[in-house]
Write a protein that binds this ligand. Structure first.
Ligand code: NAD
Length: 472
C-alpha cells in the first residue's frame, strides 16, 4: 500500500469509529457532520537550498475543529506524510482534547522529509521556513494554533519555532505559548518528557482498579501483580514500562526494532536498557529468552499488552494469536479496525489511543498555561504550604507528645513543586476522563471503550457548538 493509500485508510477508519459512535448520539445530522469534517487544511510548498541546488518541500497544517481556540497538535517530519494522514491525526486530536477536557480544537502538521537525511543546519532552515509560512497565513499563535512535537521532531525544533514566531511578533507578551514541548530552559514544563507514559500508567491503573470490569475479562482487581509486554522502548514505551513496574506490574516481554525477548520471572528495565546501550540490541539479555521475531513478543501470554511503537501492529493477520486480556494503545493506531473485531470476539479489552495517550497533550496544555501566566507552577505557594504544614505538625506533636523524626517531618511538610503539580493534574485528568467514559458506556450499554470514548468526545464538541448558538 502506498503512503497516500495508507493515509486514506487511516482517515477512513477514524471516520468509521466516528460514525459508529455518532449513530448512538441524538445530535442533529448537520451538527454531527460539522464535528466530523476538517475545517481548514493549509497545503503548501517551499524551496530550500541544498548542496547541489534547491529542493521543493511539501508541507501541511490541518485544523480539524475550531469549536475551541487555539487548536493544538504535533508537527511530524516524515517521508511518508500525506494530506489524508494529517487530517486523520488532526481529527484524533479534536477527540483526544475533548475526552480529557483540554480546551483546544484538534490540529496536526507535517513536513514531507526524512529528517535523518538532513543536517542540523538544513533542519533549522526547514523548520524556520515552515513556521514563517504558518505565520503568513495565521496558522500559528498562542491564541490560534499551537503545535507540539510528533514523529521526527522534538524540543530542538520547538525552540526554533518559538524563536521564529517571537522574531515576527516581538510585541506579543504571550509569544512563547505559540508552541509546546519546549525544553524547560526555553519555556517548557517539568514532567512533559514522561507525560504520555505516565498518563498511560494512571489510566490503566484506574481501569484495573475496577473489580467488576476486571472480573468480566477473568482478571483480579488491581495493576499490582499483573504481567505486561511492551512493544517499543522509546519515550512513551520506556516511561510507561517504568511506571507500570513501580506500580507493581511485571514486565515479561519486550519487542524492539531488532527483535523480541521474554522472561516469565520478569525483566529488569534499566538493566535491559544498559544491555542495549552496550551491545546495540535487546537480544542476548541475561535471564531472558530471545524470541524468533519481534512480532512474536506481541503474542506472548500476559495480562496487558502495550503497543507503544507505531501504527498498524495488530492486524487481522495476528489478532487471533494475541493472548493478552487488555490491549493498551499507547501508540497512535496500533490496532486496525479488522483486528479490533477479532479481538472483541475473543473478549479482549482495548483501551483506545486517543484516551490513553492523552497525557502528552494534557501536559502541553499545562505548559501553555505556564507560558501565558509567565510563572513556574508552585513558585508562589510552595514555601507558604510548607510552612503551614510545618505549623500543623508542630501542633500535632505538642498535643500528642510524640515527636516526628526529621525524615517524617520532611515528607509530610513538603510544598508542591512544578513536577508534583503536573503529575497531580495529569492523574486527575486521566482518572476523571476514564470514569466519564465508563459511566457513559454503562448508561448507553456500549460494550467497547473506543465507541464510548468517541461518544464522550462528540458530546463535548457538540455542547460547544450548541453553546455558541450555531446549532439548536
Ligand atoms: P519513539 O520514537 O521515542 O519510540 C518508538 C520506539 O519504537 C523506538 O524505540 C523504536 O526503535 C521502536 N520501534 C520502531 N519500530 C518498531 C517495531 N516494528 N517493533 C518494535 N519496536 C519498534 O516514539 P514515541 O514518542 O515513544 O511514540 C511512540 C508512539 O506513541 C507513536 O505512535 C506516537 O505517535 C505515539 N504518541 C507519542 C506521544 C509522545 O508524547 N511522545 C504522545 C501521544 C502518542
Amino acid at each position: 500500500m502506498s503512503s497516500n493509500e495508507q493515509g486514506q485508510s487511516f482517515l477512513a477508519s477514524v471516520d468509521h469509529y466516528f460514525d459508529k459512535a455518532a449513530a448512538l448520539s441524538s445530535h442533529p445530522e448537520g451538527l454531527l457532520k460539522q464535528i466530523k469534517v476538517c475545517n481548514s487544511v493549509y497545503s503548501f510548498r517551499f524551496p530550500i537550498k541544498t548542496d547541489d541546488g534547491y529542493e521543493v518541500i511539501e508541507a501541511w497544517r490541518a485544523q480539524h475543529s475550531h469549536h475551541k481556540l487555539p487548536v493544538k497538535g504535533g508537527i511530524r517530519y516524515s517521508e511518508h506524510a500525506n494530506e489524508a494522514e494529517v487530517i486523520a491525526l488532526a481529527s484524533l486530536m479534536t477527540y483526544k482534547c475533548a475526552v480529557v477536557d483540554v480546551p483546544f480544537g484538534g490540529a496536526k502538521g507535517a513536513v514531507k522529509i526524512d529528517a535523518k537525511q538532513y543536517g542540523a543546519d538544513q533542519l533549522q532552515r526547514i523548520t524556520r521556513r515552515y513556521t514563517a509560512e504558518l505565520i503568513k497565513k495565521n496558522f500559528i499563535g498562542p491564541a490560534l494554533d499551537v503545535p507540539a512535537p510528533d514523529f521526527g521532531t522534538g524540543p530542538r525544533e520547538m525552540a526554533w519555532i518559538a524563536d521564529t514566531y517571537q522574531t515576527f511578533h516581538p510585541e506579543q507578551i504571550d509569544a512563547l505559548g505559540c508552541v509546546t514541548g519546549k525544553s524547560v530552559g526555553q519555556g517548557g514544563i517539568r514532567g512533559r518528557t514522561e507525560a504520555t507514559g505516565l498518563g498511560v500508567f494512571y489510566g490503566t491503573r484506574e481501569i484495573c482498579d475496577n473489580a467488576e470490569d476486571m472480573a468480566a475479562i477473568g482478571l483480579e482487581r488491581g495493576l499490582e501483580g499483573k504481567s505486561f509486554v511492551i512493544q517499543g522502548l522509546g519515550n512513551v514505551g520506556y516511561h510507561a514500562a517504568k511506571f507500570f513496574i513501580e506500580g507493581g506490574a511485571h514486565l515479561v516481554g519486550v519487542a524492539e526494532y531488532e527483535g523480541g525477548i521474554s522472561s516469565k520471572s520478569g525483566i529488569d528495565l534499566d538493566s535491559l536498557l544498559a544491555h542495549r546501550k552496550e551491545t546495540g540490541s535487546i537480544l542476548g539479555f541475561p535471564g531472558a529468552d530471545d524470541l524468533p521475531s519481534r512480532e512474536a513478543a506481541l503474542e506472548l501470554p500476559c495480562d496487558i499488552l502495550i503497543p507503544a511503537a507505531l501504527e498498524n501492529q495488530i492486524t487481522d493477520q495476528n489478532a487471533a494469536r494475541i493472548q493478552a486480556k487488555i490491549i493498551v494503545e499507547a501508540a497512535n493506531g496500533p490496532v486496525t479496525a479488522p483486528a479490533e473485531s477479532v479481538l472483541r470476539q475473543k473478549g479482549v479489552m482495548i483501551v483506545p489511543d486517543f484516551y490513553i495517550n492523552a497525557g502528552g497533550v494534557t501536559v502541553s496544555y499545562f505548559e501553555w498555561l505556564k507560558n501565558l501566566s509567565r510563572v513556574r507552577f508552585g513558585r508562589i505557594e510552595k514555601r507558604f504550604e510548607q510552612a503551614t504544614f510545618d505549623r500543623i505538625l508542630s501542633i500535632i506533636e505538642r498535643e500528642t507528645g510524640k515527636p516526628l523524626s526529621a525524615e517524617e517531618r520532611l515528607t509530610a511538610a513538603r510544598g508542591a513543586d512544578e513536577t508534583d503539580l503536573v503529575y497531580s493534574g495529569l492523574e486527575e485528568t486521566m482518572i476523571t476522563a476514564y470514569q466519564h467514559i465508563r459511566e457513559l458506556g454503562k448508561r448507553k450499554s456500549i460494550e467497547d471503550l473506543r465507541t464510548a470514548a468517541f461518544l464522550s468526545a462528540i458530546d463535548k464538541v457538540a455542547v460547544s457548538y450548541m453553546e455558541m448558538g450555531i446549532f439548536p
